[in-house]
Write a protein that binds this ligand. Structure first.
Ligand code: TYD
Ligand code: MG
Length: 460
């Protein structure tokens, strides 16, 4: 029988050592050594060379691409259209999905909801964090009717896999990978080696039994999935659940998907009875007030595959301290500084002695360069205390010389703005090619530079 032995590996450069080291002598990284279990090879087994192996049998083991039959990768519907969309159309048999997010964001709630609605025989929900009664209380709160869900409070991987083999569930959910432990390792649950070993075993189980497996993973302070990148490499799909805890909105992003697109985003609202999918986000994210307020501009953004109209708000005021404050929520602070520099240098607006605060409605974070134009419009609007018309929206990227650049999927943005009843949309003049602006019941305002934005939109 093979004997188990532990070695230590530098997770940065891969050098091994029989002892744990604080600093890697090879790559000089600190605190990078992790424990690893290796099975000692039996000395007696004689290795044969590839020439001998090839001579012993002439049978070809590889298969030509044409001969491979693909069974229609039938998707299992989760009963939650937003989750299905994030997964690329539903769950795939034998796939392993990691749901990552900060503690308290709603990961357990989302997956318990799925466990109660998914359309696949029995579901085994394993929790190493909560007792069965606690999960039951949560399930009562969510109030979903149909249920074929089995709860198991356990963190030893051996027991979990044994239970899964006995129950033969159509879906296995493990909450969370950081609590899992394998008896073969000495290290505590949550360490890299434990996470890696337990995930390996779960992935093997998923592939062999064709059971889809969902893993919950916590995110550490730096924003990485605790038990780092290696976990993301191992699984098929990585979903990230994020949002500002002060707001009820939660975003589910697809970071990696072997069975679908990666730029999907789904929105949820946390209510007292669980998470409610938001199917029409734009209408919700636009503020309800009727009056014109300075410092507010609407951006026509695209998040994933879908257009999203969102309000940007800026507040510019005389700085109280000698160093003016620059604060942005939901928008990159460095990008905001760059836009302020462009406004100063190219357009003659002076923000030097002004505090600048910028906010995206709903505590939502969006990475779309097309936000630039709305951000600049809201900054100018607040600086000059000049309110924009409520029925106008913006989509354009700003370059360093103050030029307005074209953005992707312009037609979708224009269509969404028209659908929501906006009267005009400001876009880059280079964005007019390849589609018919006449098709939409909205005025298109083509702009070349930020100066032109000021002349056409602000100047009376
Ligand atoms: P939870 O799913 O436990 O978060 P995670 O597993 O990511 O740590 O959810 C945590 C928060 O959600 C908790 O603060 C309470 C809140 N919540 C609601 O507001 N409504 C609900 O119906 C439920 C179940 C939870
Ligand atoms: Mg939880």
């Amino acid at each position: 029988m093979n004997k188990l032995k532990t070695i230590y590996i530098c997770s940065n450069c891969g050098v091994t050592s029989p002892r744990w080291l604080g600093k890697c002598p090879s790559c000089e990284a600190w605190n990078s050594y992790v424990e690893e279990v290796v099975a000692k090879e039996e000395k007696s087994s004689k290795r044969s060379s590839w020439k001998e192996l090839a001579a012993s049998s002439t049978q070809i083991l590889s298969t030509s691409l044409e001969e491979i039959q693909v069974s229609q990768a039938d998707r299992i519907q989760t009963g939650d259209s937003e989750l299905d969309r994030a997964l690329g159309g539903g769950l795939v048999k034998g796939s392993v999905t990691l749901l990552a997010g900060q503690p308290g964001i709603g990961k357990s709630t989302l997956l318990l909801q799925m466990a109660l609605t998914v359309n696949t025989g029995k579901v085994l929900y394993v929790s190493g964090e909560e007792s069965e009664e606690q999960i039951k209380l949560r399930a009562d709160r969510i109030q979903k009717q149909k249920s074929n869900c089995y709860l198991y409070s356990e963190n030893r991987i051996l027991n979990i896999l044994a239970e899964a083999a006995r129950l033969k569930p159509g879906l296995l959910i493990v909450d969370s990978v950081q609590t899992l432990a394998s008896d073969d390792l000495e290290s505590a649950p949550g360490t890299i080696s434990q996470i890696r070993e337990c995930c390996h075993q779960l992935i093997r189980f998923a592939k062999e039994s064709e059971t889809p497996v969902f893993l919950i993973g916590h995110i550490n302070k730096e924003g990485d999935i605790a038990g780092p990148k290696l976990l993301e490499h191992m699984v098929d799909t990585v979903l990230q659940f994020e949002g500002d805890k002060l707001y009820a909105y939660r975003m589910l992003r697809t970071l990696k998907n072997r069975f679908g697109s990666t730029d999907e985003m789904s929105l949820y609202e946390m209510q007292s009875t669980g998470l409610r999918p938001i199917t029409n986000p734009s209408e919700l994210l636009l503020s309800q007030h009727e009056e014109k307020l300075s410092g507010s501009a609407i951006a026509a953004t695209i998040e994933g595959q879908r257009p999203l109209l969102i309000e940007t708000q800026a507040l510019v005021g005389a700085a109280v301290y000698s160093t003016p404050q620059r604060v942005a929520n939901g928008f990159d602070t460095r990008r905001m500084s760059m836009l302020l520099a462009v406004l100063e240098k190219r357009c003659g607006f002076f923000f030097g002695q002004q505090d600048v605060f910028l906010n995206l409605a709903g505590g939502i974070r969006i990475n779309d360069p097309a936000l630039d134009l709305a951000v600049v419009a809201s900054l100018i609007s607040s600086l000059e205390d000049n309110a924009l018309h409520r029925q106008i929206c913006f989509a354009g990227e700003i370059g360093l010389s103050g030029e307005i650049r074209s953005v992707s999927k312009i037609e979708q943005r224009v269509a969404e703005a028209a659908r929501l009843g906006f009267k005009a949309i400001c876009i880059s003049k280079y964005n007019l090619k390849g589609w018919d602006p006449e098709k939409y019941k909205i005025k298109i305002v083509p702009l070349a530079t930020v100066n032109e934005l000021y002349e056409k939109v602000f100047a009376k």
